[in-house]
Design a protein around this ligand. Structure first.
Ligand SMILES: [Zn+2]
Length: 403
């Protein structure tokens, strides 16, 4: 919802300065004049408008940007002697259209200016250009049309989801990491050998993770719970959204029927589970609300509304990217992972539509030795460090790919 909203806002931003939407811009005609000291291009317009013009080399071109326009010229007068070999036009990006004139040799714009309608003459854009006279100023841009300076994404960057940057978050602000210690209060989570409760392991790791993330100086950290209390799954999502989280990390520890299974794994949200085991895990984790006595009818409706949001698709890509950097970091920290450590299913707690979210099962409390280690300070610290490195890696990679 938010991304779409800003997209629409962006369109308005480009259209309104051009004189409102009542009358859209038209380029009515285009002609050339050849003079001893310069060539002159004149564009007839149906109304005054902002523009931007500059030359490009390799190949040599003259570019004119306008707010989106209707293109009306049928024939082009006097093109011989103009040094122009071709003319193309079309939409550059939503709200901006571009005219490109192919030039037979490197040229320079001497001046570009608007002339107001007068008598039989329409509003005009005049561009004087010709041979390069002042090489130092060849890159000069004329006009003041503001174009969103989105860098042209490389092929690699296209494959990688973009950084979450809703307009109301300024770039200078630190990313906000939401740490969600699974379960709590009346909901103990999985119960392992020696009466070890998942809710205490998750809180221990979450607290160490908070310290570790804050120690980097790069992040602001918000915890969904900092003590042993019950919080509904959907309320955890709401906390993350209220704080405008950049990332959501839910910490858990699993339990299965077999004592020999051990290792960590990373989960992202998906409508369809990656495998039957993960589907069962999601069902176990989603039961937290039932255990806490939450009215699921109301809850499901709210979640269903959120699921309608299309922004979720983009967020899911980012979540998967985040999960994969987390797997890399766990491998580097030599924390044992399950085979195929990144899996997905319908985890209710990962349903923030606009925040990349992962759920980390840090290990199995059904494995006696892993259960013991998960309660130990050193191992909790090791996991916290690995997650911190994964978060660092995520933001480093995003910065690299969005250059
Ligand atoms: Zn859990």
């Amino acid at each position: 919802m938010m991304n779409r909203f800003f997209f629409i806002l962006g369109l308005l931003f480009f259209l309104l300065p051009a004189g409102g939407m009542a009358q859209s811009l038209s380029v009515e005609d285009l002609r050339f004049g050849v003079h001893p000291d310069k060539k002159r291009l004149v564009l007839d317009l149906n109304k005054p408008t902002d523009f931007r013009s500059f030359v490009l080399t390799n190949p040599n071109r003259l570019v004119i940007d306008f707010p989106e326009f209707n293109w009306k010229p049928q024939t082009i007068d006097n093109i011989s002697g103009s040094a122009v070999t071709g003319i193309r036009q079309g939409v550059l990006e939503p709200g901006i259209s571009r005219i490109v004139l192919d030039l037979e040799k490197e040229s320079q714009i001497y001046n570009a200016f608007l002339l107001p309608a007068k008598g039989n003459l329409k509003d005009r854009l005049v561009i004087d250009y010709g041979d390069v006279r002042d090489k130092a100023n060849i890159d000069k841009r004329f006009g003041s049309l503001s174009v969103m300076q989105a860098p042209t994404p490389s092929k690699q960057a296209l494959a990688i989801p973009k950084a979450p940057t809703p307009a109301k978050k300024t770039r200078t602000k630190k990313p906000i990491i939401i740490i969600d210690a699974g379960h709590g209060g009346v909901d103990p989570g999985a119960i392992g050998k020696g009466n070890i409760h998942e809710k205490m392991i998750t809180l221990g790791i979450a607290q160490r993770l908070k310290s570790s993330l804050e120690a980097t100086g790069r992040y602001k950290v918000i915890m969904t719970r900092a003590d042993d209390r019950f919080i509904k799954l959907y309320d955890r999502v709401k906390i993350a959204r209220r704080h405008e989280g950049s990332l959501f990390i839910s910490i858990h520890a699993d339990s299965v029927g077999r004592a020999d299974v051990r290792g960590a794994s990373i989960y992202t949200l998906s409508n369809k589970a990656s495998d039957a085991q993960t589907a069962k895990l999601a069902a176990r984790e989603n039961r937290a609300d039932l255990i806490g006595g939450v009215d699921l009818d109301v809850e499901d409706k709210e979640v269903a509304d959120i699921l309608l949001d299309l922004v979720r698709r983009d967020t899911q890509n980012q979540s998967r990217f985040f999960a994969n950097t987390m797997v890399d970091s766990f491998n580097k920290s030599s924390i044992k992972l399950l085979d195929g450590p990144h899996r997905h299913a319908g985890f209710a707690v990962l349903k923030a539509p606009d925040i990349p979210s992962v759920l980390i099962e840090t290990g199995f409390v059904s494995n006696p030795s892993e259960a013991r280690r998960l309660t130990q300070r050193d191992y909790q610290e090791k996991i916290a460090q690995a997650i911190t490195k994964g978060v660092d890696l995520y933001f480093d990679r995003l910065a690299k790919y969005s250059e």
